[in-house]
Design a protein around this ligand. Structure first.
Ligand SMILES: [Zn+2]
Length: 368
């Protein structure tokens, strides 16, 4: 069982590539053709010139100095792992690394929900602390960060943009949402299902900064990067797992913000939502939801299309159908899908209030 290289590459957006370059210390910048970064392909971060170009059209990099050649994201992964982690990756390792990083599930997943990929790979993966195996179930325990940092970020500032977007003060407090002034970032602590602090993501507030660095990225504070493999966790599961067990339903959103909006609408005590933190749901995440007792998984992604039938619409419906086909034999999968376009372009189902959310929820779609 493995990953299909082109299938994984096809699912990566320019923003994903940008995020990786940020994490690898390439100090990327968006350009008209894609991205310019320092040459982390053959230099340590901070040492290279800005001569590594990424072309969105071809999805290829070109290094104009040391390497003097073109390569794809997997070849870059191999180069970066060698330089930054002193690890020898082959192509398969690189494809898996990227797939796991972005929570892209393998398409060869078909026969048995428990026979997941080659988990041995994780023994090499920096953030994994432990893999627990019980019967056919494998649990990945991510390493914990020092929670003290959260006290420093608890500035008691009122995060007005999020209040305006329907997230209550109580919910922000419970979720320990903070603010990191040096980076103009709202800080969002990520916990695992047992409430262990495993990552800290920042939502950049300034429009220019957001354009430059991407909307969400791992926080870097005092040279510590608080990142974690997104596909290996579900944001919010620590708060919602008991309720999921009771009602046997879960709503899976793309972003943390939607989970907080949902909790603001209905109360934390009624919360049955989680976020996959991207637009891919990993097999591991699905397994987590099944373990939590979900009989129905409601996929509630953003309205990423302008009108019915456009290119984005086709992309989104194909993506959702793929998710359905992959997991339909294990669990009921339904979709919140704003076919009548009652919310705005790119809005999440919770972005425009409780009424619209409930309407979308009640009219959710079951594929046959
Ligand atoms: Zn190079």
């Amino acid at each position: 069982m493995g990953y299909d290289k082109s299938e994984v590459r096809e699912q990566l957006t320019t923003d994903d590539i940008f995020q990786l370059l940020v994490e690898w210390g390439g100090e990327p910048e968006y350009t008209s053709f894609g991205i310019i970064s320092t040459t982390i392909c053959h230099n340590a971060p901070g040492d290279g010139s800005r001569k590594l170009y990424y072309y969105s059209n071809s999805t290829l990099f070109h290094c104009f100095t040391g390497c003097d050649s073109s390569f794809d994201i997997f070849e870059l992964t191999i180069k970066v792992m060698k330089i930054q982690k002193n690890k020898v990756f082959d192509l398969n390792d690189a494809v898996r690394y990227i797939a796991y990083h972005f929570g892209i599930a393998s398409s060869s997943y078909d026969s048995d929900i428990n026979s997941l990929e080659d988990w041995k790979f994780f023994e090499d993966y920096d953030r994994v602390k432990e893999i627990q195996e019980q019967k056919n179930n494998r649990d990945i325990i991510l390493a914990e960060y020092d929670k003290k940092i959260l006290d420093n970020l608890n500035y008691n500032v009122i995060i007005k943009p999020w209040l305006d977007e329907g997230i209550s003060l109580d919910v922000m407090k419970k979720a320990q949402i903070g603010y990191y002034p040096s980076a103009c970032q709202i800080t969002i602590p990520h916990f695992d299902e047992n409430g262990r602090f495993i990552g800290l993501r920042g939502r950049t507030l300034g429009k220019e900064e957001a354009k430059l660095y991407g909307k969400y990225r791992p926080c870097v504070i005092n040279k510590i990067q608080y990142s974690h493999p997104l596909g290996m966790n579900l944001y919010g599961l620590n708060w919602s797992k008991e309720n999921i067990r009771k009602v046997q339903k879960v709503i899976i959103f793309e972003s943390e913000k939607s989970v907080l909006q949902y909790a603001s609408f209905f109360g934390f005590e009624n919360n049955i939502s989680v976020a996959c933190c991207g637009s891919s749901i990993s097999t591991y995440q699905i397994q987590k939801l099944l373990n939590a007792g979900a009989n129905e998984i409601v996929v509630a992604f953003d309205r990423q299309f302008q009108k019915r039938g456009d290119r984005e619409f086709q992309h989104l419906t194909a993506h959702l159908t793929k998710i359905y086909e992959k997991y339909k034999n294990y669990v009921v999968i339904s979709f919140i899908f704003d076919k009548d376009m009652i919310t705005s372009y790119k809005a999440s189902p919770t972005d425009e209030g409780k009424e619209k959310f409930l309407k979308l929820f009640n009219e959710r779609i079951y594929l046959k």
